[in-house]
Design a protein around this ligand. Structure first.
Ligand code: PGA
Length: 257
């Protein structure tokens, strides 16, 4: 298997610019002493991106957004377009995080439009999916995740999939301290890879990075990342401190620290 793992931090609505710069400076320093082969992504709040990319754009980290507009431009007060992100050299964007789905009424259709906007501006995408506790309890979790991905990836071509990474984040595990067991996560990741095989064929299925998210921390990262279909993580709470995030990065099996 030669999929390079991705360790992505999702800072959500935390930190001031000064705090963000301090964390990234510490992390850059730690990364310069690490032999990790994992790709490190930071999804920062919009107002920090220009500064972080200007100051730290040539380090081991890639910076991106947590959300993107489904429109190219126009009278959409408060929105940020793919072209704007491209113009500050953002590398990627998260799309369809469960908090966006839950609090901002993002539908699969809207998520599909957002992906198309991102790709048009050559931004990589981390597409999030995942079931609620109730869906899991009623045994619908596989169907729900498959439907989310089928809809979100509507009209996407196989060759575009090299720019799309998937993050499986069970909603019941996000910010709760509750983590999917490595077996539960592996089972869903294998299901997602089988779906990619059905839609796009073997090559895409084999090459797509599928990240796990939901209360990943230094103590559980190593076991999760060693599962065959888990290609890294999307990390919220534990990405806010450089030391914790670095421990998680060093848990990636492709790290040769
Ligand atoms: P968490 O968040 O690591 O704090 O659970 C993960 C996420 O929401 O991406």
């Amino acid at each position: 298997m030669n999929r390079k793992q991705i360790i992505a931090g999702n800072w959500k609505m935390h930190k001031t610019l000064q705090e963000a710069e301090e964390t990234v400076a510490t992390l850059a320093n730690m990364l310069s002493n690490s032999k990790t082969e994992a790709e490190v992504f930071i999804a920062a709040p919009f107002p920090f991106l220009f500064s972080l990319i200007s100051r730290f754009g040539n380090t081991h980290m890639q910076f991106g957004a947590q959300n993107i507009s489904e429109h190219a431009k126009g009278a959409y007060t408060g929105e940020v377009s793919a072209a704007m992100l491209r113009s500050v050299d953002a590398f990627f964007t998260l799309v369809g995080h469960s908090e966006r789905r839950q609090y901002f009424q993002e539908t699969d259709h809207k998520i599909n439009e957002k992906i198309k906007q991102a790709l048009a501006e050559k931004l990589e995408v981390i597409l999030c999916c995942g079931e609620t506790l109730e869906m899991r309890k009623t045994g619908k979790h596989f169907d729900v995740v498959v439907a989310q991905l089928q809809n979100a990836l509507q009209d996407i071509r196989a060759e575009q999939m090299q720019y799309i990474h998937i993050a499986y984040e069970p909603v019941w595990a996000i910010g709760t301290g509750e983590t999917a067991s490595p077996d539960q996560a592996q089972e869903m990741h294998a299901c997602i890879r089988a779906l990619l095989h059905n839609i796009f064929g073997g090559q895409v299925a084999m090459n797509t990075r599928i990240l796990y998210g939901g209360s990943v921390k230094p103590e559980n990262a190593g076991e999760l990342f060693s599962m065959p279909d888990i290609d890294g993580g999307l990390i919220g709470g534990a990405s806010l401190q450089a030391g914790d995030l670095m421990k998680i990065i060093d848990s990636s099996p492709h790290s040769t620290h």
